[in-house]
Write a protein that binds this ligand. Structure first.
Ligand code: ATP
Length: 488
């Protein structure tokens, strides 16, 4: 089985087949920004949909949410992002390229975790032997300095009332900010989760690995609220569920693993954190994070209670986040506005949170890489994407064998019928063998061909992408047959 071995192969595969293009390519491209083409957009929608189905639709204890990207600036003060969401960088004095200090240390490893900025600042950094990845000059760096990762923007037309806002660097905080709203308006009871998919933005210092690390990306996050004391069981439960989600959608088990965070890697409030890693065929380490699952304790809700109590100061300081300090926790914090009252047990507490946080774009990349295959068929190479049917951008392609009106009409009608149930592609151009190969390359699980025999006995050929096996199916059974095969 042939494998993709270089990032360049993935990039050209994505471009060639219309999955992913460089953003603003006609203007020379915009670094680290990508556009999803006709096949890519369907694949990405299917990944989102598969996640949503699994964690929201199929469960009784998770509800969905869609928050705005722009939020009150105090959200980011309370979450810690305004003060601490930064990487430690050094600038090459020769070419002015800024590089993450931890990347220099590891000779430009592209997958290192963001480190806690206070810890990074406090550590000793000897850059004398380090090489600038851009110009190659050795040991010619500025002192390390923090580089903020949140994008700033201005809201409001008038100078007086305009304020600085941030593009959210994660979707999670919108969930915490709506915890009370969801509790008050739905019938959820702890344990329950809130799930959200949406864009996040980080002004990443290093972004070389295609859609693996970009400055604008999509996250799929769940905050699962539970009673303190039950958190460890829920953490294990979510670990297993999230790992199996990738496997159930076709990722080979041997390409997935867990990596527990070392105690010194953990944020001070986190009780445990594990990454689901995929063996990407690039980077120095291969294994890289697909998703993080963390036990965040009651930290976030407590922080937002402090943030809410700081609102007056924020007005007084005219919105200057650097001039305000979060109010200390109140003594009765466990009874605060973001606490939970357990009616049955008659007790009140701040829930603990388990957070499975996945990247949609990273998942797309992993599904693409894992599905890619090459095989020899009758002396020629057949390229194909063995997507799980739920993820395949096109589920069925319909062809008339030859360009004859009577066959074209039947094929068109079949295609229009199937479109009610799944994405279907009609193609009448070129030799049928070549049409099959195009669909193999796009990852289409089934092709339906209308031929002379269809006129006689109302059957069509259904060809399986993976086995290339062809069977005859009667046209009145076709939809049911394909729905069963595709599990749709
Ligand atoms: P990394 O260490 O790779 O920067 P992280 O630990 O900072 O990731 P989290 O904050 O845990 O990432 O975000 C959860 C998920 O969001 C990641 O597992 C990843 O799938 C996705 N993600 C985070 N940053 C990016 C990015 N810059 N580009 C694409 N996806 C990202």
């Amino acid at each position: 089985m042939a494998k993709i071995t270089k990032l360049d192969d993935i990039v050209s595969l994505c471009k060639r087949r219309g999955f992913i293009f460089q953003s603003s390519e006609i203007y020379g491209g915009l670094a680290s920004c990508y556009d999803y083409g006709p096949l890519g957009v369907e694949l990405k929608r299917n990944v989102r949909e598969a996640w949503w189905k699994d964690v929201v639709r199929m469960r009784d204890d998770v509800v969905g949410l869609d928050c705005s990207i722009l939020m009150h600036p105090l959200v980011w003060k309370a979450s810690g992002h305004a003060d601490k969401f930064a990487d430690l960088i050094a600038e090459c004095k020769k070419c002015n390229t800024r590089t993450r200090v931890d990347h220099l240390k590891d000779h430009a490893e592209e997958h290192a975790e963001h480190v806690d900025i206070d810890t990074a600042m406090a550590a000793e950094h000897d850059l004398s032997g380090k090489v600038c990845p851009s110009c190659g000059k050795v040991g010619n760096f500025t002192e390390p300095m923090p580089f903020k990762l949140m994008f700033e923007t201005q809201m409001g037309a008038n100078v007086d009332d305009s304020m600085t806002l941030y593009l959210r660097p994660e979707t999670a905080q919108g969930i915490f900010a709506n915890f009370r709203n969801v509790l008050d308006t739905t019938r959820v009871k702890i344990p329950f989760g809130i799930a959200q998919i949406g864009k996040s933005f980080r002004n990443e210092v290093t972004t070389k690995a295609f859609i693996f690390r970009t400055r604008e990306f999509e996250q799929a996050e769940i905050e699962f609220f539970c009673e303190p004391g039950t958190d460890e069981d829920w953490y294990e439960d979510w670990k297993e569920k999230r790992f199996n989600w990738y496997v159930d959608l076709g990722i080979k088990k041997e390409n997935l693993r867990f990596r527990d965070h070392d105690p010194d890697e953990l944020a001070h409030y986190a009780k445990a954190c594990v990454d689901v890693e995929y063996k990407f065929p690039f980077g120095s380490g291969d294994w890289q994070e697909l998703e993080g699952i963390a036990n965040r304790t009651d930290y976030d809700l407590r922080q937002h209670q402090r943030g809410m109590r700081t609102l007056n100061d924020w007005y007084e300081k005219k919105g200057d986040l650097t001039a305000i300090t979060l109010k200390d926790e109140a003594e009765d914090n466990h009874k605060g506005p973001l606490s939970y009252f357990d009616e049955q047990e008659k007790k009140r507490y701040i829930p603990y949170v388990i957070e499975p946080s996945a990247g949609i774009d990273r998942s797309v990349l992993a599904f693409l890489v894992d599905a890619y295959d090459e095989e020899e068929v009758k002396g020629a190479t057949r390229n194909l994407l063995r997507f799980h049917p739920a993820l395949a951008p096109t589920k069925v392609a319909v062809f008339p064998l030859v360009k004859k009106n009577c066959l074209q009409n039947i094929a068109h009608n079949i295609s229009n019928d199937l479109k009610k149930y799944f994405t279907c592609f009609y193609d009448q151009k070129g030799a049928v063998g070549r049409r099959y190969r195009r669909q193999d390359e796009a990852g289409t699980p089934y092709c339906v061909t209308v031929d002379g025999q269809t006129l006689e006995d109302k059957t069509v050929t259904v060809r399986d992408r993976d086995s290339m096996e062809q069977i005859r199916v009667s046209t009145d059974q076709l939809t049911a047959h394909l729905r069963e095969k595709l599990e749709l």
